[in-house]
Design a protein around this ligand. Structure first.
Ligand code: BEZ
Length: 212
């Protein structure tokens, strides 16, 4: 069965451009993003990896470690890395995992045989410090992902893990948030949301972002 939200992210050991990755050890105490791409030396993947390298400081700020992956061998990853730097202006600064025996692709269900029976699709897994899968995304090979959206989800997950709120459509860090409907006690509402709140409907109450 495919990995589902709340499942423990499977452990693995595999080679990468930054040395051997022992996954559970590498993500200890951190959030993680594991994303697969279909193939080295391809145009969309080249742009994606350059963009993740550019955004690395944003992932660092959020205590997130990032791992790319494809089923191509390590020597291809190493050769392609020079192209990523030359064409995108950002050198690879995170591990790109080589999964030629498809160990990781199998554990994480990154190969969708009816789309392509040998290459990984564009999967994304966000994993929390308890090693639980908190988001899964699957994109087709022809569509590059929006990594600003991945950062936005991480912001939402980190905020909603520590406050009794949810984030509305198109929310960005700093915008108002939604108070979870389970909080009904007046005293608790005032204690948790001292900046006040707006009752749009009894089930839809907004408040300024509490950690700002
Ligand atoms: C690409 O990254 O450009 C790509 C990879 C596999 C299939 C189609 C496009």
């Amino acid at each position: 069965m495919a990995l589902q939200l709340g499942d423990i992210a499977p452990d693995f050991t595999q080679q990468s451009t930054a040395g051997e990755v022992h996954f559970h050890q590498a993500i200890e105490g951190k959030w993680a993003v594991l994303f697969s791409h279909p193939k080295d030396y391809t145009p969309v993947c080249t742009t994606e990896l350059g963009e993740v390298a550019r955004l690395k400081p944003e992932f660092d700020k959020r205590n997130v470690v990032v791992f790319g992956l494809s089923v191509d061998p390590l020597k291809d990853h190493e050769g392609w890395a020079a192209d990523i730097k030359d064409t995108q202006g950002h050198a690879l600064n995170f591990p790109l995992i080589a999964d030629p025996d498809r160990t990781v692709a199998g554990l994480y269900g990154m190969i969708h045989p009816n789309a392509n029976d040998t290459l990984t699709v564009r999967s994304v897994f966000i994993i929390d410090p308890n090693r639980k899968v908190r988001l899964t995304l699957t994109y087709p090979a022809s569509t590059g992902r929006n990594f600003a959206e991945i950062l936005r989800v991480i912001d939402s997950l980190q905020l909603t893990d520590s406050h009794k709120v949810a984030t509305p459509v198109n929310w960005q860090d700093g915008d108002d948030v939604i108070i979870v409907p389970a909080i009904q006690d007046q005293g608790e509402l005032q204690r948790l949301f001292p900046k006040g709140y707006t009752i749009v409907r009894p089930y839809l109450r907004t408040t300024p972002q509490p950690n700002r």
